[in-house]
Design a protein around this ligand. Sequence first.
Ligand SMILES: Cc1cc2nc3c(=O)[nH]c(=O)nc-3n(C[C@H](O)[C@H](O)[C@H](O)COP(=O)(O)OP(=O)(O)OC[C@H]3O[C@@H](n4cnc5c(N)ncnc54)[C@H](O)[C@@H]3O)c2cc1C
Length: 430
Amino acid sequence: MNQPATRRKRIVVIGAGFGGVSFCQSFPEGLADITLVDRNNYHLFQPLLYQVATADLSPSDIAEPIRTIFDRRRDVTVLMDEVTHISLRDRQVTMQRRTLEYDYLVLAFGARTGYFGNQDWARHAGGLKGIEDALNIRNRVLTAFEEAENCPDPEQVRRLTTFVVVGGGPTGVELAGALGELTRRVLRRDFKNIDTSQARVFLIQGAPRLLPPYHASLSEYARQKLVNLGVDVRISARVTRVGPQRVELENGKVIEAANIIWCAGVEGHPLARTLGLPIDRAGRLKVEADLRLPGHREAFAIGDIAALTDAKGAEVPGVAPAALQMGKYAARAIAAELCGKPAPPPFVYFDKGSMATIGRAAAVLEIGKLRMTGFFAWIGWLIVHLAMLVGFNNKVSVLTEWIFRYVTYRQGARIITTPRTEELLRDVAS
Ligand SMILES: Cc1cc2nc3c(=O)[nH]c(=O)nc-3n(C[C@H](O)[C@H](O)[C@H](O)COP(=O)(O)OP(=O)(O)OC[C@H]3O[C@@H](n4cnc5c(N)ncnc54)[C@H](O)[C@@H]3O)c2cc1C
């Protein structure tokens, strides 16, 4: 394919999550023509999804239209379409509506909820990865209480008001804490026939402690805080089977619950497996030290879809800062190549620390050897998450919601958006 030497290079970026957006924002303007493809028209701030699921925030608080982010970049074209096939050999990306050719490719399509090979469990235990998932959880949780309020059978009420969160990592801990608060404090005044504080929230963790990557003292703090919120925390409890409204544990215990939420793992996007390249056990693409795909110097994988032990020997985690840093790095690498400059040194992940909230006014925070818990850790969590949210409007509306909620214990987004379809009712109530 001979092209005139003057033609600007075409870069196709798949995915407008943290990695894809960071790549486009960091790439020098005017140096190439970038096409950013996403199946959604918004960039989603996944770390606050659990607050949409528990009716704290609305979807628009944590999503920003991709076009708005790049409205001033003439070199970035945004296409809303789903990529269905990638040919590394022909340098083509096939979407549902058309096919794009590229000189450089950046794969940033992230991960999806993983069920450790038990994909059929997904029917009974939805994950929390996108806005649809969060709204599904919100609708189901609120519908369960509506049904319980209207139900004369105490056994049925007990099942309707039992919630199981599987997975004691940051997402599971944050979600279980928020559910504990919702049932114990927020909803109490709303219902007359049922006492929502009697609702049971289980957090099931296979490992011997919550938040395994954190220091043991922080794990214990999180456990204690959850217990105070009424959450029944089960550690070293492996799930052996998930069926309709029931979870079976290794020790033979069965929990019957109208709502089961799966936060126990993620796996690489299925597109990664179609490339015929090495992948790790979680289905992520193994990349070279400079984030390029083996044998394809023009193609990069960044963020959750990339598996890498960096040049300093650290396994790069699937978190937002890693995706942001990888996006910046890939932009630097391609820009250097186009400008005839030396390539940057191999990618090294800079760990800025980790944090998670446990309900209202409590959090754990770990930055190197610094460890914090409680109110000030929670303030730190609020500041970092507000700073990372894309879009000034989102920052203002989320801050306003948080202040309102802190003062009043009320949650604004307690509405069921799915019509009371027979399917939803049957699913929750049967
Ligand atoms: C509930 C939850 C809570 C989290 N909390 C935290 C936290 O507190 N701190 C933290 O650091 N990290 C957290 N993470 C992890 C963090 O969100 C991810 O590491 C980060 O989003 C990865 O960025 P990414 O760009 O690789 O992928 P993503 O942000 O997932 O973006 C992938 C993009 O690709 C698009 N896409 C996928 N397939 C296609 C296709 N076929 N065609 C077109 N577009 C496609 C998607 O629509 C999406 O926009 C959390 C994740 C979840 C799910």
